[in-house]
Design a protein around this ligand. Sequence first.
Ligand code: ZN
Length: 160
Amino acid sequence: MSDSEKRVVRDNDVVSMEYTLKVDGEVVDSSEGHGPIKYIQGQHNIIPGLEKEIYGMAVGDEKTVEVSPAEGYGEEDPNAFVEVPKSEFPPEIPLEVGTPLQLRDNSGQVFDAYIAEVRDDTVVLNFNHPLAGKTLVFDVKVVGIREATPEEIEHGHVHE
Ligand code: ZN
């Protein structure tokens, strides 16, 4: 085995990775079609439950990683649901389950939400991340490893 074959992922490596994300058996995201993601290992560029499983993988290695909600997008916060009268929505917004919305509070901060339920006169908005409370199943394949440059490490992201 050559040295390059033994090269495994460690902190401050730029990792190129193909992935498919499944939730409840359905594919919700995939690198297929737009190429592998590139991120810096150890910089929390990706969710922690996945990142810790990538240590020690070599180019060509594949793995299925199951990530609990706590190590993924968090548990669903039952207080993050808000019921809003339908009359408060502009007519161009489709009042359908799943519609994503951005809301601005009085201080100008923007919050992402999506419609969780449509009732007779109201709509229930969910401010949780859409993947909160979900167990995430990733099929990953490492397709490239290189050391990050000092500048990339300082910035916390890949320059390419
Ligand atoms: Zn930069």
